[in-house]
Design a protein around this ligand. Structure first.
Ligand code: FAD
Length: 512
């Protein structure tokens, strides 16, 4: 054993960065180990030619203004005091459904949305307003449960937000049915389903309601210098608090003895001991591959992770275009394009590379951040969900041809839906697949969406079973596979929670 720390954090994704930040801020000796040559995981940036691309973030929601922001932004700028420059997203999204001719720009603000939907779907106001109010109530309960100082007052919260419990075991579709939400209104409200990656007939209403309210009720922002700006700010914060970060250092083994964390073994051959270990690598990786010796892997843990339904991955086509966005006809920031909004059919489509049931969520970065690329150029990223199973039979020698074809379909779908000419303006193109995400972040099967949040395994059941599901004393999880589910805000806050819990447990001498 060459060195010893209070807390080791595996992985400098948003969860790991948040955890290392909190643990080092609390005065603990912290070592953060990252296999890649950059911190951030998915929250990073990359350069091709004269373009600096945003690899992942479309938007951080729930922000009227930075000064009044709640949730993650409040945490980042106020509590953590990180220096990050944000720019605002102009409108919620444009939804284009090619089979029924829907082409609508959705605004931010619940009453503005209800007004617009009433215009598009006359007579819908009552059920739409009831639906949006219910979503707002669910998110308010969430905030009250997780945001306050000290332990939450459950009796008061459940009295004030009774529908949080009443709707807790339903899917999003069941609640929409109960409120008679018209089909056409669903077409306009459902596009964000692709940010959860589970069709509406299976996704937990609780998490859907919180997400929809967060995205629609207020505005949204992105960091001016790509999501790398958030990761870099965390790195400065961790180092300022005395935390140590080692890049290019992969944790090969997590050492466990008598059901307790002992330390790690790195790709550089070092053995490092610790009192507590916070993992930004998923439970799937931890309980299938990382714990050493394998006889120390609790059988129940392996069974638990392999019984979870893993979320989907993505194909992203990053485009640097040689013309101004207005000249190209790209007037919106966020485009949701699909043949229809039957989310079950769209979900089934992501199992095949040949399916025409493609939904893309695409962003034109310049519409929110005009100076993100040189004058007279535009950055456009086209994104579509694919299950990693769709790539299973692709042979190595066919990989580049297959991924080029997948990109071709997305570009064609975008051009046909928006009536724009993108193809003849491509100066730079990069295509990411599940293989790309696996390569850069080590994510199992290139999964970017953690475990699927169905009602039986959404945030609340996960929070309630979190302690039981670590299985090894001194081990904590954070990031998109942990209890808050995936996404920027969830990953950051899950890291904060894990860092604080580990510190608290070390102080009380009881590592969970
Ligand atoms: C294209 C795309 C678009 C997205 N859009 C949005 C969006 O608009 N809004 C939103 O909220 N979310 C979005 N997401 C999801 C969001 O990016 C993720 O949920 C979040 O970044 C996951 O963070 P994480 O903490 O789980 O860490 P990850 O980013 O998964 O990072 C894990 C880190 O751990 C490291 N690691 C793993 N194993 C080891 C090991 N053994 N040793 C050392 N290091 C290790 C990895 O290298 C990596 O750096 C998007 C994702 C993608 C890919």
């Amino acid at each position: 054993m060459t060195a010893s720390y209070d807390i080791i954090v595996i992985g400098a994704g948003l969860g790991g960065l948040g955890a290392a930040f909190e643990a080092s801020r609390a005065g603990r000796r912290v070592l953060l180990l990252e296999q890649h040559n950059l911190p951030g995981g998915f929250a990073t940036s990359f350069v091709r030619g004269r373009f600096e691309f945003e690899p992942s973030l479309h938007e951080l929601p729930d922000v009227n203004s930075i000064e009044e922001a709640a949730g993650t932004i409040r945490y980042l700028v106020d509590d953590a005091g990180l220096d990050i420059d944000f720019v605002s997203i102009p409108e919620a999204y444009r939804v284009i459904l090619t089979e029924n001719g829907t082409n609508v720009r959705m605004p931010f603000g619940l009453s503005q949305c209800a007004d617009l939907i009433e215009k598009e779907v006359p007579g819908s106001r009552e059920s739409v307003t009831a639906y949006l109010d219910l979503c707002a109530e669910v998110q308010a309960a969430f905030r009250a449960l997780s945001g306050g100082e000290g332990p939450p007052d459950y009796r008061k919260i459940f009295k004030e937000h009774g529908n949080f419990l009443r709707t807790g075991s339903y899917t999003a579709e069941e609640v929409a049915d109960a409120l008679n939400l018209p089909a056409k209104a669903r077409d306009l409200l459902y596009p964000y389903w692709c940010y959860l990656g589970v069709p509406m007939n299976r996704v937990s209403f609780t998490i859907w309601a919180s997400l929809l309210n967060a995205y629609l009720s207020a505005g949204a922002v992105i960091p001016k210098l790509r999501s790398h700006e958030i990761s870099a700010a965390f790195v400065r914060g961790i180092e300022d608090h005395g935390g140590e970060i080692r890049l290019n250092t992969r944790v090969e083994h997590v050492l466990v003895e008598d059901g307790r964390i002992q330390g790690v073994e790195t790709s550089l051959g070092e053995r490092i001991t610790c009192e507590a270990l916070i993992s930004n690598a998923s439970p799937t990786l931890m309980f299938n591959f990382l714990i050493h010796p394998s006889s120390a892997i609790p059988a129940a843990a392996k069974k638990m992770v392999n019984a979870r339904r893993h979320g989907f991955s993505l194909v992203v086509v990053y485009l640097g275009l040689d013309a101004d966005r207005h000249a190209l006809g790209l007037e919106d920031y966020s485009y949701f394009i699909a043949p229809h909004m039957d989310t079950e059919k769209l979900y089934q489509g992501i199992y095949s590379l040949e399916s025409d049931e493609i939904m893309q969520a695409s962003v034109c970065l310049n519409a929110a951040n005009p100076t993100c690329s040189p004058n007279g150029t535009t950055i456009l990223a086209l994104t579509a969900g694919y299950r990693s199973e769709a790539w299973e039979d692709v042979r190595a020698e066919d990989y580049f041809r297959v991924k080029t074809r997948a990109a071709d379909r997305l570009i064609r779908q975008f051009e046909q839906a928006t009536g724009t000419d993108i193809r003849s303006h491509i100066e730079e193109i990069e295509i990411a697949t599940p293989q790309t995400f696996a390569r850069y972040t080590g994510a199992y099967d290139g999964i970017v969406y953690g475990y699927e949040p169905e009602p039986w395994y959404s945030v609340v059941p996960r929070a309630l079973s979190m302690k039981k599901e670590t299985f090894v004393r001194g081990l904590y999880f954070c990031g998109g596979f942990s209890y808050r589910c995936h996404g920027y805000g969830s990953s950051i806050l899950s890291g904060k929670d894990a860092g604080e819990t580990a510190v608290r447990d070390l102080e009380s001498g009881v590592t969970t």
